[in-house]
Design a protein around this ligand. Structure first.
Ligand code: HEC
Length: 488
């Protein structure tokens, strides 16, 4: 199957017209009482085969080719397959047949596909993981697997996911096919926590092609032992050869370059104010960067989409201050999202042994690291006894012990039940699960729940405009799509 999404439209039209010629009880023989069970099964399978040839072979190949040795993405049980045929799976480019085929026919096709899959002795099944949350059942569908270290995700549109691998690759998943995006820079510093980090898509209303923004740890041009968090952007090209970004502009380099390989921060988000927010970690130099306005690390920056500095940034008139700084006193912020309804800029940051925190950013605010913290050094020794100081913000929430927070999104949209609306999802690197946090109206955390326990280091979470939630996992080297199962 290498069919781009555009093909769905003509297929849809063909489907609609074929309905008239393929009614269920037209060509199929009536089962007489003398037909034994075996014949009945055979007939179902033949019916499935014929229907497959008529409806599915265009995309999936003749005689069930795609399903031989199938490693199922969306479930290998009869029920799973029937559900996919009936509802479709737009995210991967699979159309829905619930309105054009009757349930018995769908059952027959599913039987045919399962027969095909089991034809091969190497039949592998990967049933979706069913997750039982306290108040909801979820299915975790595998959208991509066998990855290196997936780090950042965003969407070109609702059914095309773009993601980075820290090792230096950028991919698009279009109609279920993983395609490389070529033309990347070559100065990634892939060491320690460094490499190609976040990705963001921005559809500039005034341009015809989308912008791709990347953050990465950039090697110093003359000394590749040193690196700095950098932000670049370029326009995405789509041609017969595939995706590429022919030219990149550098928008920001979070100088000074440093020899450490950690705390790059690096999350990107476009605000409702059409400003780009970029998180920069303090590079493991807590006594150098977070409490001065004269360097980039340990800050969250705010830029125009083209990288220029907005005139209403808080420190534009302070002598020696880096003018792109929006907030300061940060350790390693690796979670960032803009609430699509309120426009609030939510972040979290990775504390030491304790003291991961969630904050809603305020213009010019100092979040206190390392002068105030609820955390301790990894060795258990005290960093400071101070948890509050005048002029420094208190976190909205903090974790003790640290979960190793990475990636954050808010749950929204009609797919999700009421009690999930506005919940936060946060990845845990240390304990390898996805955390769900329920907040009250004032934004205080009132409930925490562990999902996907033991899945691996959860690196990023993304939500498309339809409310679909995606989770990038390092251990499982995969990207999962979480699908709520709402039972009637
Ligand atoms: C327009 C092209 C198209 C048509 C027509 C189509 N499919 Fe698909 N289908 C897809 C794509 C694309 C995927 C995602 C494939 C992937 O990720 O490998 C998919 C996925 C599936 C899956 C999920 C497989 C898994 O690994 O879990 C099933 C089952 C399936 N199709 C069955 C059918 C059946 C049965 C028909 C005919 C009634 C059909 N498809 C018609 C494009 C199509």
């Amino acid at each position: 199957m290498r069919y781009p999404l555009v093909l769905l439209i003509p297929v849809g039209i063909v489907s609609a017209s074929l309905t008239f010629f393929a009614p269920r009880d037209n060509g199929v023989k009536v089962v007489s009482t003398s037909v034994n069970f075996y014949d009945f099964e055979l007939e179902k399978s033949q019916n499935g085969e014929q229907l497959y040839a008529m409806w599915c072979a265009d995309c999936h190949g003749a005689n069930g080719r795609d399903f031989i040795q199938r490693k199922w993405k969306l479930g290998s049980q009869q029920d799973d397959i029937q559900r996919i045929i009936s509802n479709g799976y737009a995210l991967l480019g699979m159309p829905a047949y619930g309105d054009v085929l009757d349930p018995n026919d769908i059952e027959d096709i599913a039987t045919f596909l399962l027969d095909k899959a089991s034809e091969s002795p190497q039949f592998q099944s990967a049933p979706p993981q069913l997750i039982q949350a306290s108040d909801l059942k979820l299915r975790a569908n595998v959208i991509a697997d066998g990855l290196a270290t997936p780090w950042g995700m965003d969407f070109l549109n609702d059914s095309t996911l773009i993601f980075t691998e820290r090792e230096g690759n950028l991919w698009a998943i279009e109609a279920g096919v993983k395609l490389p995006i070529r033309g990347l820079p070559e100065d990634f510093h892939v060491k320690g926590q460094g490499g190609l980090l976040d990705v963001m898509v921005w559809n500039d209303p005034e341009a015809s092609t989308p912008w791709i923004y990347l953050t990465y740890s950039k090697s110093h041009p003359e000394d590749d032992k040193r690196s700095a968090t950098a932000v670049i952007r370029g326009t995405l090209n789509r041609s017969d050869e595939g995706f590429s970004v022919p030219h990149w502009q550098t928008l920001m380099v979070a100088t000074p370059y440093a020899k450490t390989h950690r705390h790059y921060g690096s999350r990107l988000a476009m605000g409702l104010d059409t400003m780009l927010y970029v998180t920069c970690g303090e590079r493991g130099m807590r006594d150098v960067h977070p409490q001065t306005l004269e360097t980039y690390p340990g800050k969250i920056h705010r830029l125009h989409p083209d990288g220029s500095v907005p005139s209403d940034n808080p420190f534009v008139n302070s002598p020696n201050a880096i003018p792109s700084i929006w907030s300061w006193g940060h350790r390693n912020p690796q979670g960032l999202f803009i609430h699509p309804e309120t426009g609030a800029v939510w972040t979290h940051e990775h504390g030491p042994k304790g003291g991961d925190e969630i904050n809603i950013l305020k213009k010019g605010a100092n979040y206190g690291w390392p002068e105030i913290t609820f955390g301790r050094n990894y060795s258990g020794t005290i960093i400071t006894r101070d948890t509050a100081k005048i002029g420094m913000e208190q976190p909205l929430h903090y974790w003790l012990p640290s979960i190793g927070a990475c990636g954050m999104e808010v749950v929204l949209g009609e797919k999700w039940p009421l009690q999930w609306q506005n919940n936060l999802l946060v990845g845990s690197l240390s304990f390898e699960y996805l955390e769900r946090l329920a907040l009250d109206d004032s934004g205080r955390v009132i409930n925490r729940e562990k999902l996907l326990k033991g899945i691996g280091r959860v690196r990023d979470i993304a939500r498309n405009s339809r409310g679909d939630i995606f989770v990038a996992v390092e251990g499982a080297a995969s990207i999962l799509h979480l699908e709520p199962i709402i039972e009637d």
